[in-house]
Ligand binder design. Structure first.
Ligand code: TEU
Ligand code: CA
Length: 554
């Protein structure tokens, strides 16, 4: 196996709860995935990142694990999993598991034991602190609302949970915890999985002082400087690499909340001592919004370009980039960065795909992105299912941080529910996702936007992604070309070149719905057009949402 096969791979993320339901209970499952592997094989992806399928009470839809070596009942059995893995491998598809080891579920046996008494052997598997002046040990807020500390009457101490109170943080300073995690990872590798996406892996080492955080919104302190990229995080990952990762041919990607370029050079260094790559968040985090991500403000191309160009140029020769527009935590790409109206949805989705897939790094496709699925824009709270959406709405409106209208507008723009509506397969009831009642409403635009229609339409977004994936296999410059930013002051166009030896690949993407002037392709006839979302072009111009990639010999 080529050493850096993961540099040439395209990875498709499946959120199993919303992908395909095979038994009519309205919840996606493993057999539903197995039934759709040919659709993914035909798309041309190489690797599937599967969001958690382990046993879980689903407080955070599987990101709260109660048994790392058992399959969630709603998703099926271990036999179903083994069959899915076998069917993936038969098709040359690799499987990346979602490793959630910053925290477990509070129903994990380790935590059930840990909370029993202060001298329980599992006590130090988690982070317990005495009250301070009769209150929480510090002012940290939890990601899903409330304090990051939950008081436990039994032992009269608080435990830390950076996410929901049913997601207690593991204590990675305890070498027994590290050994448990490494043994579990080895067990999955010996079953034949091909890698891990590591959930909030940048958070496994906390600042031992647990200092108060800055209070931005009048409620709780911001803990990110004290829980992200902590003092021992690289030591832990190097140990993980030595004890597990280096023993198998894997692809690893760390979801690194709060990661900077400098930190990424350590997490994703080219000497292979930690991980292959990280997900950074700068391009999907809201600009300095007063309420974090909760804004309906549109992105600005200038800021997006400066972030993407920074990561492309500063990791060059030092570390490897992941490339993504969306995932199960983000709004739909075409709604956030493109134009999801009927006139420009397909064009802008293809433009975004070109923009991302011609960059240097490993591209990720989130389920439904390949057919241009859009935000759901739910405007009633009873349609929301995500703990983050529901808790934030309650906390912000009850504390007067945002009024219900502002909060609803922000939810419609950026809630995680937007990405979690069922995959739209065809025009039958519930978009062919289930024969039962779906756990979350299907986006009513499934009649126009569905996989069956996409596969029948040779000009669909699906086939455009298929072509981009094929290009990555056939042009070394897309993998190894050095990035060079172009038109860096342009209000509408994001353009760049990739340089490799005598070749220069020029890419330009019009992020606007207007026709704009662009001279990058004045000598287009001297080059070879690799891909464009328009068949005909206008000299010196880019049409609305036009994307073009042309290969020139210097
Ligand atoms: O997300 C981690 C993370 O940074 C989230 O706070 C993310 O930024 C937020 O959801 C965006 O609004 C990971 C998983 O991807 C997410 O689904 C889980 O809820 C979270 O960790 C806890 O496991
Ligand atoms: Ca099901």
């Amino acid at each position: 196996m080529e050493k850096a096969w993961w540099k040439k791979s395209v990875i498709y993320q499946i959120y199993p709860r919303s992908f395909a339901d095979s038994n009519g209970d309205g919840i996606g499952d493993i057999n539903g995935i197995t039934a759709h592997l040919d659709y993914l094989k035909d798309l041309g992806v190489d690797v599937i990142w599967l969001s958690p399928v382990y046993q879980s009470p689903n407080d955070d839809n599987g990101y709260d694990i109660s048994d790392y070596q058992a399959i969630m009942q709603e998703f099926g059995t271990m036999e179903d999993f083994d069959r899915m893995l076998e069917e993936m491998h038969k098709r040359g598809l690799k499987l990346v598991m979602d490793l959630v080891v910053n925290h477990t579920s509070d129903e994990h046996r380790w935590f059930v034991e840990s909370r029993k008494s202060k001298d329980n052997p599992y006590r130090d598997y988690y982070i317990w602190k005495d009250p301070k002046d009769g209150k929480e040990p510090n002012n940290w807020g939890a990601c899903f609302g409330g304090s990051a500390w939950e008081y436990d009457e039994e032992t009269e101490m608080y435990y830390l949970h950076c996410f929901s109170k049913k997601q207690p943080d593991l204590n990675w300073e305890n070498e027994k915890v590290r050994k448990e995690v490494f043994d579990m990872m080895t067990w999955w590798c010996e079953k034949g999985v091909d890698g891990f996406r590591m959930d909030v892996i940048s958070m496994i080492s906390k600042d031992p002082a647990y200092p108060d955080g800055i209070v931005h919104n009048g409620l709780y302190g911001d803990n990110s400087p004290y829980v992200c990229n902590g003092p021992r995080v690289h030591e832990y990952l190097q140990e993980m690499n030595q004890k597990v990762l280096s023993k198998f041919d894997l692809i690893t990607v760390g979801e690194a909340a709060g990661v900077t370029v400098e930190e990424a050079k350590k997490y994703a260094n080219l000497d292979g001592s930690e991980l292959n790559m990280v997900f950074q968040f700068e391009h999907v985090d809201a600009p300095t919004a007063e309420h974090g991500k909760w804004t309906d403000k549109r992105f600005e191309l200038k800021r997006l370009r400066s972030i993407l160009n920074k990561w492309q140029t500063q990791l060059e020769g030092k570390a490897w980039n992941s490339l993504y527009w969306d995932n199960h935590d983000q709004p739909r790409a075409v709604s956030r960065f493109g134009n999801d109206g009927p006139m420009y949805r397909e064009l802008s989705a293809k433009m975004l795909a070109t923009c991302l897939h011609m960059l240097k790094g490993t591209p990720y496709i989130y389920q439904g992105e390949e057919i241009g699925m859009t935000n759901a824009y739910f405007d009633k709270m009873e349609d929301y299912r995500d703990i983050e959406s529901i808790n934030t709405y309650k906390e912000f409106t009850e504390n007067g941080l945002m009024n219900p209208e502002e909060m609803m507008s922000a939810l419609k723009a950026v809630s995680r529910d937007n990405a979690r509506t069922p995959m739209q397969w065809n025009t039958s009831a519930h978009a062919g996702f289930t024969t039962g009642e779906p756990w979350i409403r299907v986006n009513p635009n499934y009649l126009q936007i569905n996989a069956e229609a996409a596969v029948e339409d040779k000009n669909s977004i699906y086939y455009y992604y298929q072509k981009l994936i094929k290009l990555r296999k056939n042009y070394e410059i897309i993998i190894d070309g050095i990035f060079e930013g172009l038109l860096e002051e342009d209000e509408n166009i994001y353009a760049y070149a990739r340089n490799l030896g005598s070749q220069r690949l020029v890419v330009a993407c019009n992020f606007s719905g207007e026709e704009v002037s662009c001279d990058l392709f004045d000598r287009a006839e001297e080059g070879k057009e690799l891909i464009s979302n328009y068949e005909y072009h206008k000299d010196g111009m880019l049409k609305p949402y036009e994307a073009r990639a042309i290969l020139f010999e210097k």
